[in-house]
Design a protein around this ligand. Structure first.
Ligand code: ATP
Ligand code: MG
Length: 351
Protein backbone atom coordinates (compact mmCIF):
# COMPACT_ATOMS: atom_id res chain seq x y z
CA UNK A 1 0.00 0.00 0.00
CA UNK A 2 1.38 3.42 -1.00
CA UNK A 3 0.17 6.80 0.24
CA UNK A 4 0.91 10.36 -0.81
CA UNK A 5 0.83 12.44 2.35
CA UNK A 6 1.58 15.82 3.90
CA UNK A 7 3.58 15.99 7.14
CA UNK A 8 3.99 19.08 9.33
CA UNK A 9 6.21 18.49 12.36
CA UNK A 10 5.43 21.74 14.16
CA UNK A 11 7.05 22.81 17.42
CA UNK A 12 3.60 22.86 18.98
CA UNK A 13 1.66 20.19 17.13
CA UNK A 14 2.33 17.44 14.61
CA UNK A 15 -0.16 17.48 11.75
CA UNK A 16 -0.45 14.79 9.05
CA UNK A 17 -2.96 14.14 6.30
CA UNK A 18 -3.46 11.56 3.57
CA UNK A 19 -6.51 13.32 2.13
CA UNK A 20 -8.91 11.02 3.96
CA UNK A 21 -7.59 11.07 7.49
CA UNK A 22 -6.16 14.10 9.30
CA UNK A 23 -4.30 13.58 12.56
CA UNK A 24 -2.97 16.05 15.10
CA UNK A 25 -1.20 15.63 18.43
CA UNK A 26 1.00 17.82 20.65
CA UNK A 27 4.73 17.65 19.81
CA UNK A 28 5.59 16.25 23.22
CA UNK A 29 7.80 13.20 23.83
CA UNK A 30 8.45 11.78 27.26
CA UNK A 31 9.94 8.77 28.95
CA UNK A 32 7.55 5.89 29.33
CA UNK A 33 6.72 4.60 32.79
CA UNK A 34 4.73 1.64 34.02
CA UNK A 35 1.25 2.83 34.75
CA UNK A 36 -0.19 1.04 37.75
CA UNK A 37 -3.62 0.87 36.36
CA UNK A 38 -5.43 2.25 33.41
CA UNK A 39 -9.14 2.81 33.41
CA UNK A 40 -9.96 2.21 29.82
CA UNK A 41 -9.04 -0.14 27.07
CA UNK A 42 -6.73 1.62 24.63
CA UNK A 43 -8.74 1.17 21.47
CA UNK A 44 -7.89 2.49 18.02
CA UNK A 45 -10.19 5.48 18.59
CA UNK A 46 -8.43 6.75 21.66
CA UNK A 47 -4.93 5.59 20.71
CA UNK A 48 -3.98 9.16 19.76
CA UNK A 49 -4.56 10.23 23.38
CA UNK A 50 -2.56 7.28 24.72
CA UNK A 51 0.42 6.82 22.43
CA UNK A 52 2.91 4.42 23.98
CA UNK A 53 5.49 3.44 21.37
CA UNK A 54 8.83 1.68 20.99
CA UNK A 55 11.31 3.21 18.54
CA UNK A 56 14.90 1.92 18.23
CA UNK A 57 14.32 -0.41 21.21
CA UNK A 58 13.33 2.43 23.55
CA UNK A 59 9.88 3.08 24.86
CA UNK A 60 8.30 6.55 24.82
CA UNK A 61 5.06 8.29 25.62
CA UNK A 62 4.09 10.64 22.80
CA UNK A 63 1.59 13.51 22.60
CA UNK A 64 -1.11 13.84 25.23
CA UNK A 65 0.01 10.74 27.16
CA UNK A 66 3.49 12.27 27.61
CA UNK A 67 1.81 15.46 28.83
CA UNK A 68 -0.28 13.58 31.35
CA UNK A 69 2.00 10.82 32.56
CA UNK A 70 5.71 11.23 31.81
CA UNK A 71 7.92 12.17 34.78
CA UNK A 72 10.63 13.15 32.39
CA UNK A 73 9.62 15.07 29.33
CA UNK A 74 12.28 14.85 26.63
CA UNK A 75 10.76 17.43 24.32
CA UNK A 76 7.89 19.79 24.84
CA UNK A 77 6.40 23.05 23.73
CA UNK A 78 8.82 24.81 26.08
CA UNK A 79 11.84 24.04 24.00
CA UNK A 80 13.01 25.75 20.87
CA UNK A 81 15.18 23.05 19.37
CA UNK A 82 14.03 19.63 18.38
CA UNK A 83 16.83 17.07 18.20
CA UNK A 84 17.19 14.31 15.66
CA UNK A 85 15.83 11.48 17.78
CA UNK A 86 12.79 13.50 18.91
CA UNK A 87 11.82 14.53 15.41
CA UNK A 88 12.27 10.92 14.28
CA UNK A 89 9.94 9.68 17.03
CA UNK A 90 7.34 12.31 16.13
CA UNK A 91 7.65 11.50 12.43
CA UNK A 92 7.36 7.72 12.79
CA UNK A 93 4.50 8.01 15.28
CA UNK A 94 2.62 10.30 12.88
CA UNK A 95 3.18 7.95 9.94
CA UNK A 96 1.85 5.05 11.99
CA UNK A 97 -1.41 6.98 12.49
CA UNK A 98 -1.95 7.01 8.72
CA UNK A 99 -0.97 3.38 8.21
CA UNK A 100 -3.80 0.87 7.71
CA UNK A 101 -1.65 -2.23 7.64
CA UNK A 102 1.53 -3.76 9.00
CA UNK A 103 3.55 -2.27 6.20
CA UNK A 104 2.94 1.01 4.37
CA UNK A 105 4.92 3.03 1.82
CA UNK A 106 4.75 6.81 1.82
CA UNK A 107 5.61 9.67 -0.51
CA UNK A 108 5.83 12.78 1.61
CA UNK A 109 5.82 16.53 1.22
CA UNK A 110 6.83 18.49 4.30
CA UNK A 111 7.91 21.99 5.31
CA UNK A 112 10.63 23.82 7.20
CA UNK A 113 10.66 27.30 8.71
CA UNK A 114 11.94 29.85 6.20
CA UNK A 115 14.79 30.79 8.58
CA UNK A 116 16.63 27.49 8.28
CA UNK A 117 15.20 26.07 5.11
CA UNK A 118 18.38 25.99 3.04
CA UNK A 119 20.65 24.50 5.74
CA UNK A 120 18.23 21.87 7.00
CA UNK A 121 16.55 20.66 3.82
CA UNK A 122 19.05 17.86 3.09
CA UNK A 123 19.15 16.67 6.71
CA UNK A 124 15.36 16.38 6.86
CA UNK A 125 15.22 14.51 3.57
CA UNK A 126 17.76 11.98 4.84
CA UNK A 127 15.94 11.61 8.16
CA UNK A 128 12.62 10.93 6.48
CA UNK A 129 13.82 8.55 3.79
CA UNK A 130 13.99 4.81 4.21
CA UNK A 131 12.47 2.11 6.37
CA UNK A 132 11.30 2.80 9.89
CA UNK A 133 9.87 0.43 12.47
CA UNK A 134 7.66 1.20 15.39
CA UNK A 135 5.92 -0.91 18.01
CA UNK A 136 2.56 0.44 19.15
CA UNK A 137 1.66 -0.65 22.68
CA UNK A 138 -2.10 -0.67 23.02
CA UNK A 139 -1.80 -2.30 26.44
CA UNK A 140 0.52 -4.70 28.19
CA UNK A 141 -0.67 -7.68 26.18
CA UNK A 142 -1.45 -6.02 22.88
CA UNK A 143 1.51 -4.79 20.87
CA UNK A 144 1.74 -4.40 17.14
CA UNK A 145 4.75 -3.71 14.99
CA UNK A 146 4.58 -1.60 11.86
CA UNK A 147 7.03 -1.05 9.04
CA UNK A 148 6.80 2.38 7.49
CA UNK A 149 8.84 3.13 4.39
CA UNK A 150 9.32 6.65 3.08
CA UNK A 151 10.19 6.59 -0.62
CA UNK A 152 9.97 10.22 -1.70
CA UNK A 153 10.50 13.43 0.24
CA UNK A 154 9.93 16.97 -0.93
CA UNK A 155 10.71 19.84 1.45
CA UNK A 156 9.18 23.32 1.03
CA UNK A 157 9.36 26.55 2.99
CA UNK A 158 6.43 26.03 5.40
CA UNK A 159 3.96 28.75 4.31
CA UNK A 160 4.03 27.44 0.73
CA UNK A 161 1.75 24.67 1.99
CA UNK A 162 -1.05 27.16 2.68
CA UNK A 163 -0.68 28.59 -0.84
CA UNK A 164 -0.81 25.16 -2.48
CA UNK A 165 -3.92 24.39 -0.46
CA UNK A 166 -5.56 27.41 -2.06
CA UNK A 167 -4.49 26.79 -5.68
CA UNK A 168 -4.66 22.98 -6.01
CA UNK A 169 -7.59 20.58 -5.81
CA UNK A 170 -7.53 17.20 -4.03
CA UNK A 171 -5.80 15.54 -7.01
CA UNK A 172 -3.14 18.19 -7.21
CA UNK A 173 -4.63 19.84 -10.30
CA UNK A 174 -4.17 23.60 -10.54
CA UNK A 175 -7.58 25.18 -10.03
CA UNK A 176 -6.79 28.81 -9.32
CA UNK A 177 -4.50 30.08 -12.06
CA UNK A 178 -5.22 33.68 -11.15
CA UNK A 179 -3.99 33.26 -7.63
CA UNK A 180 -1.01 31.19 -8.80
CA UNK A 181 0.00 34.12 -11.03
CA UNK A 182 -0.46 36.75 -8.30
CA UNK A 183 1.93 38.35 -5.88
CA UNK A 184 0.85 37.33 -2.40
CA UNK A 185 2.08 37.52 1.16
CA UNK A 186 1.60 34.57 3.51
CA UNK A 187 1.96 34.89 7.27
CA UNK A 188 2.09 31.51 9.03
CA UNK A 189 1.87 31.95 12.79
CA UNK A 190 2.83 28.78 14.61
CA UNK A 191 3.58 28.00 18.19
CA UNK A 192 7.29 28.74 18.18
CA UNK A 193 7.89 30.49 14.85
CA UNK A 194 6.12 32.86 12.53
CA UNK A 195 7.11 32.63 8.89
CA UNK A 196 6.31 35.32 6.38
CA UNK A 197 6.93 34.93 2.70
CA UNK A 198 6.14 36.77 -0.47
CA UNK A 199 5.43 34.65 -3.51
CA UNK A 200 5.24 36.19 -6.99
CA UNK A 201 3.93 33.92 -9.73
CA UNK A 202 4.89 30.95 -7.51
CA UNK A 203 8.41 32.20 -7.04
CA UNK A 204 9.54 32.83 -3.48
CA UNK A 205 10.89 36.38 -3.16
CA UNK A 206 13.68 35.64 -0.75
CA UNK A 207 14.50 39.19 0.35
CA UNK A 208 10.87 39.66 1.46
CA UNK A 209 10.70 36.35 3.33
CA UNK A 210 11.77 35.72 6.90
CA UNK A 211 11.17 33.81 10.16
CA UNK A 212 10.50 35.36 13.53
CA UNK A 213 10.53 33.91 17.04
CA UNK A 214 7.49 35.97 17.91
CA UNK A 215 4.66 33.46 17.75
CA UNK A 216 1.85 32.12 19.90
CA UNK A 217 4.27 30.85 22.56
CA UNK A 218 5.32 34.48 23.14
CA UNK A 219 1.79 35.06 24.45
CA UNK A 220 1.91 31.81 26.45
CA UNK A 221 5.08 32.91 28.24
CA UNK A 222 3.33 36.17 29.17
CA UNK A 223 0.28 34.31 30.42
CA UNK A 224 2.46 31.89 32.46
CA UNK A 225 4.24 34.86 34.02
CA UNK A 226 0.91 36.44 34.93
CA UNK A 227 -0.36 33.20 36.50
CA UNK A 228 2.79 33.12 38.60
CA UNK A 229 2.36 36.71 39.78
CA UNK A 230 -1.37 36.72 40.28
CA UNK A 231 -2.07 33.21 41.56
CA UNK A 232 1.41 31.99 42.62
CA UNK A 233 1.14 28.94 40.40
CA UNK A 234 3.78 27.64 38.05
CA UNK A 235 2.66 25.95 34.87
CA UNK A 236 4.98 24.84 32.09
CA UNK A 237 4.02 26.15 28.65
CA UNK A 238 3.24 22.67 27.36
CA UNK A 239 0.47 22.29 29.92
CA UNK A 240 -1.03 25.67 29.18
CA UNK A 241 -2.62 25.03 25.81
CA UNK A 242 -5.93 23.71 27.06
CA UNK A 243 -6.23 26.43 29.69
CA UNK A 244 -5.56 29.20 27.19
CA UNK A 245 -7.86 27.67 24.57
CA UNK A 246 -10.68 27.45 27.13
CA UNK A 247 -9.92 30.92 28.52
CA UNK A 248 -10.41 29.56 32.01
CA UNK A 249 -8.31 28.11 34.82
CA UNK A 250 -9.49 26.16 37.86
CA UNK A 251 -7.52 26.78 41.03
CA UNK A 252 -8.50 24.82 44.13
CA UNK A 253 -11.88 24.11 42.65
CA UNK A 254 -12.64 27.72 41.69
CA UNK A 255 -12.84 28.93 38.09
CA UNK A 256 -11.09 32.09 36.94
CA UNK A 257 -11.79 33.70 33.58
CA UNK A 258 -8.66 34.45 31.54
CA UNK A 259 -10.27 36.21 28.58
CA UNK A 260 -8.88 39.65 29.36
CA UNK A 261 -5.37 38.36 30.01
CA UNK A 262 -5.53 36.33 26.81
CA UNK A 263 -6.71 39.31 24.78
CA UNK A 264 -3.92 41.44 26.15
CA UNK A 265 -1.22 38.81 25.49
CA UNK A 266 -2.51 38.03 21.98
CA UNK A 267 -2.76 41.68 20.98
CA UNK A 268 0.85 42.26 22.09
CA UNK A 269 2.01 39.40 19.86
CA UNK A 270 0.02 40.81 16.94
CA UNK A 271 1.51 44.28 17.46
CA UNK A 272 5.03 42.89 17.55
CA UNK A 273 4.44 40.92 14.37
CA UNK A 274 2.91 43.91 12.60
CA UNK A 275 6.04 45.95 13.39
CA UNK A 276 8.32 43.20 12.09
CA UNK A 277 6.28 42.65 8.93
CA UNK A 278 5.96 46.35 8.17
CA UNK A 279 9.70 46.79 8.30
CA UNK A 280 10.19 43.89 5.87
CA UNK A 281 7.26 44.55 3.53
CA UNK A 282 7.81 48.24 2.98
CA UNK A 283 5.73 48.10 -0.20
CA UNK A 284 2.75 46.21 1.15
CA UNK A 285 0.53 47.78 -1.53
CA UNK A 286 2.27 45.61 -4.15
CA UNK A 287 0.74 42.50 -2.67
CA UNK A 288 -2.50 41.36 -4.30
CA UNK A 289 -3.52 39.41 -1.19
CA UNK A 290 -2.19 38.60 2.26
CA UNK A 291 -3.08 35.20 3.74
CA UNK A 292 -2.87 34.49 7.44
CA UNK A 293 -2.34 30.86 8.37
CA UNK A 294 -1.30 28.53 11.21
CA UNK A 295 -3.00 27.72 14.51
CA UNK A 296 -1.55 30.93 15.90
CA UNK A 297 -3.17 32.75 12.99
CA UNK A 298 -6.57 31.52 14.21
CA UNK A 299 -5.78 32.70 17.70
CA UNK A 300 -4.65 36.25 16.90
CA UNK A 301 -6.20 37.06 13.50
CA UNK A 302 -8.68 39.53 15.00
CA UNK A 303 -5.76 41.70 16.13
CA UNK A 304 -3.73 41.22 12.94
CA UNK A 305 -6.29 41.60 10.17
CA UNK A 306 -6.95 45.34 10.71
CA UNK A 307 -3.29 46.08 9.90
CA UNK A 308 -3.74 44.94 6.28
CA UNK A 309 -6.16 46.14 3.66
CA UNK A 310 -6.42 42.87 1.81
CA UNK A 311 -5.73 40.15 4.37
CA UNK A 312 -7.81 37.05 5.09
CA UNK A 313 -7.49 34.18 7.51
CA UNK A 314 -7.31 30.96 5.47
CA UNK A 315 -9.82 28.17 6.11
CA UNK A 316 -8.79 25.52 8.65
CA UNK A 317 -5.67 27.56 9.24
CA UNK A 318 -3.89 25.08 11.53
CA UNK A 319 -4.14 22.37 8.86
CA UNK A 320 -3.68 24.59 5.79
CA UNK A 321 0.04 23.87 5.36
CA UNK A 322 -0.34 20.13 5.71
CA UNK A 323 -3.35 20.05 3.36
CA UNK A 324 -1.29 21.92 0.75
CA UNK A 325 1.65 19.55 1.25
CA UNK A 326 -0.71 16.59 0.72
CA UNK A 327 -2.16 18.06 -2.45
CA UNK A 328 1.33 18.68 -3.81
CA UNK A 329 2.34 15.10 -2.90
CA UNK A 330 -0.62 13.94 -4.95
CA UNK A 331 0.50 16.10 -7.87
CA UNK A 332 4.13 14.97 -7.70
CA UNK A 333 3.65 11.29 -6.92
CA UNK A 334 0.06 10.51 -7.95
CA UNK A 335 -0.62 8.40 -11.00
CA UNK A 336 -2.84 10.72 -13.03
CA UNK A 337 -1.15 12.47 -15.94
CA UNK A 338 -0.65 16.20 -15.99
CA UNK A 339 1.04 18.89 -18.00
CA UNK A 340 4.19 20.56 -16.83
CA UNK A 341 3.24 24.06 -15.76
CA UNK A 342 4.87 26.97 -14.02
CA UNK A 343 3.96 25.30 -10.78
CA UNK A 344 6.01 22.19 -11.49
CA UNK A 345 8.95 24.31 -12.51
CA UNK A 346 8.62 26.34 -9.33
CA UNK A 347 8.73 23.33 -7.01
CA UNK A 348 11.45 21.62 -9.03
CA UNK A 349 11.88 17.98 -9.89
CA UNK A 350 11.39 15.21 -7.34
CA UNK A 351 14.33 15.07 -5.02
N1 ATP B 1 -9.13 27.58 16.59
C1 ATP B 1 -8.10 28.01 17.30
N2 ATP B 1 -8.23 29.09 18.08
C2 ATP B 1 -7.21 29.53 18.83
N3 ATP B 1 -6.01 28.95 18.87
C3 ATP B 1 -5.82 27.88 18.12
C4 ATP B 1 -6.85 27.34 17.29
N4 ATP B 1 -6.36 26.26 16.66
C5 ATP B 1 -5.10 26.12 17.08
N5 ATP B 1 -4.75 27.08 17.95
C6 ATP B 1 -3.47 27.24 18.64
O1 ATP B 1 -2.44 27.32 17.69
C7 ATP B 1 -1.23 26.85 18.27
C8 ATP B 1 -0.47 25.93 17.38
O2 ATP B 1 -0.45 26.34 16.06
P1 ATP B 1 0.30 25.45 14.97
O3 ATP B 1 -0.15 24.04 15.03
O4 ATP B 1 0.15 26.18 13.69
O5 ATP B 1 1.81 25.55 15.51
P2 ATP B 1 3.05 24.67 15.04
O6 ATP B 1 2.97 24.48 13.57
O7 ATP B 1 3.12 23.45 15.86
O8 ATP B 1 4.26 25.62 15.44
P3 ATP B 1 5.53 26.08 14.55
O9 ATP B 1 4.97 26.49 13.22
O10 ATP B 1 6.11 27.21 15.33
O11 ATP B 1 6.43 24.91 14.45
C9 ATP B 1 -1.64 26.10 19.52
O12 ATP B 1 -1.16 26.77 20.65
C10 ATP B 1 -3.14 26.03 19.47
O13 ATP B 1 -3.74 26.11 20.74
MG1 MG C 1 3.71 25.50 11.89
Amino acid sequence: MEKNIGVDLGYGFVKVSDGKKDKIFPSVVGQARTLRYSTEENTDQNFIKNMDVIVDDREYFVGELANRQSDIVLFSLDENRMDEQISKILLITSLSLLSDSKSTNFNTVTGLPVGFYTETKQTITQRFKGRHSIVLRKNQKNESEQTLTVNEVKVLPQPFGSLFDLILDQNGTLIDENLAASKVGIIDIGFRTTDFIVVDNLENIDRLSSSSNTALSTAYFNIAEMLREEFKITKPIYQLDEIVRNGMIRISGKSYNLDEIKKHAFSLVAEKLITEINSLWTNKWELDMVFISGGGGMAISEFLLPAFENAVLVKEAQFANVYGFRKLAQRLYGTHSKMTTNLDLAVGSNE
